[in-house]
Design a protein around this ligand. Structure first.
Ligand code: GLN
Length: 197
């Protein structure tokens, strides 16, 4: 029985819960998807998703609720963790444009520019290419961070907008600039959750 936790302190939590449930169903796997708020809920967890939202707030609340250190440790031990948008910022090793109080899990060897897209194009949708599927995927970008540098050879691109990398994986960790939870296409969630099976 798979237990997926969506960090549920701020951001688009419900959308990720829906997408993860649907993905498990499509994979034919029985499991539960929980709204993760407290460290006690990490017992028996198989995978974690960090949603989009506002990364300073998510960082602050993860520290306040005692989730920051245990989630970091689980990620270091190999637990599958996926972060989208603000979640990508949380996973990054280096962040350009962070606020001084902001803390990062540092589980993904990338440098991310926090508010990279200018105001004119602060939100857009565009077809992106996935490494694991022939069909294009609708990338929803909302004041998206930008992956500006891959900092180790262990980081592999898995999504591209034109020739620019917009999604990466490093063993058990996935970071995406866009929001797969805001489409009804669960291919990315399925790819991620296979890591937990
Ligand atoms: N730019 C936002 C931040 O810094 C992230 C935006 C998003 O998650 N849609 O947190």
């Amino acid at each position: 029985m798979v237990k997926v936790g969506v960090i549920g302190l701020q951001g688009d939590v419900e959308e990720h819960i829906w997408a993860a449930k649907k993905a498990l169903e499509n994979l034919g796997v029985s499991g539960e998807v929980i709204w993760l708020k407290k460290p006690g809920q990490l017992e028996g967890i198989s995978a974690i998703i960090i949603p989009g939202g506002e990364s300073t707030t998510i960082s602050r609340l993860m520290v306040k609720n005692g989730l920051f250190e245990p989630v970091k440790k689980l990620g270091e031990e190999g637990l599958p963790i996926m972060g989208t948008c603000a979640g990508l910022i949380m996973l990054s090793r280096e962040v350009i444009g962070a606020t001084p109080e902001q803390k990062f899990l540092g589980l993904l060897d990338v440098k991310t520019n926090r508010n990279a897209y200018g105001r004119q194009v602060d939100s857009f949708e565009a077809p992106i290419k996935l490494a694991f599927s022939d069909e294009p995927f609708t990338g929803v970008f909302i004041r998206a961070p930008r992956i500006v540098e891959l900092l180790s050879e262990g980081v592999k691109p898995i999504a591209w907008l034109g020739d620019r990398v917009v999604g990466v994986e490093q063993d058990n960790i996935i970071g995406l600039e866009f929001h797969p939870e805001l489409t009804d296409d669960t291919r990315v969630h399925e790819y991620f959750l296979k890591k937990a099976l």
